[in-house]
Design a protein around this ligand. Structure first.
Ligand code: SAM
Length: 196
């Protein structure tokens, strides 16, 4: 996996990644799948310079973005400093295991162009711990098998997709965004406590 310095160099040069489009957010998330985020909390893993986290914030979600690139996090904080309910934290998802974030603290966790670079099983296990009852995990990713030779590592392999599906989900929605696969995975609601 590339170390933080690899990503720091990329961001230091003023480069980003695939721009966040209105179709991706307004149409697919707001209109078709998630609805408005008002009153809900989102966590964006591997947030880079924060454009996707900002788009979730635009939908109404109180949003936290985490990334292990100091340059990305500083840029995100600088670009979005005037917004209440949007913050960015320096976190190495593989090393810190998201342990400092609140258990059950998020209704939505997003991984946009991130999961192929993370340790899949511990990341998903941590994400599930952080999701509230019935919370959702949205994975937006290229597929390794569809990349040209030498670029496979930017995508998820089908074995990793199988692993992802092998966790128990209450519902799974799959859709595509050009060449990206989007998977919206919903956790089971916790059993309600009944009063005696
Ligand atoms: C391809 S970029 C995608 C950035 C952003 N999500 C986007 O859609 O533009 C992958 C991001 O994951 C971050 N990253 C990679 N490994 C990480 C880790 N172990 N912990 C936290 N962030 C990580 C990188 O610093 C980089 O910002």
């Amino acid at each position: 996996m590339p170390a933080a310095d690899h990503w720091n160099d990329h961001y230091q040069q003023g480069k980003g990644f695939r721009p966040v489009t209105e179709v991706e957010v307004e149409v697919r998330l707001l209109t078709e799948h998630l609805g408005p985020g008002t009153g809900r909390r989102a966590l964006d893993l591997g947030c880079g310079t924060g454009e996707y986290a900002a788009a979730l914030h635009d939908l109404g979600f109180t949003t936290t973005g985490v990334d292990f690139s100091e340059v990305a996090v500083a840029t995100a904080q600088d670009r979005h400093q005037d917004r209440d309910g949007l913050d960015f934290q320096l976190v190495d998802v593989d090393r810190d295991g998201l342990g400092l974030l609140p258990t059950g603290g998020f209704d939505l966790i997003t991984c946009r162009l991130f999961l192929p670079f993370a340790d899949l099983v511990p990341t998903i296990a941590s994400a599930r711990r952080l999701l509230a009852s019935g919370g959702q995990l949205l994975v937006t990713t290229p597929l390794a098998e569809r990349q040209r030779a030498g670029w496979e590592s930017i995508g998820l392999r089908s074995a990793s997709l199988d692993l992802l599906h092998s966790f128990s989900w209450a519902a799974t929605i799959e859709y595509s965004l050009d060449d990206l696969l989007c998977l919206l995975l919903t956790t089971h609601p916790s059993p309600q406590r009944t009063s005696q």
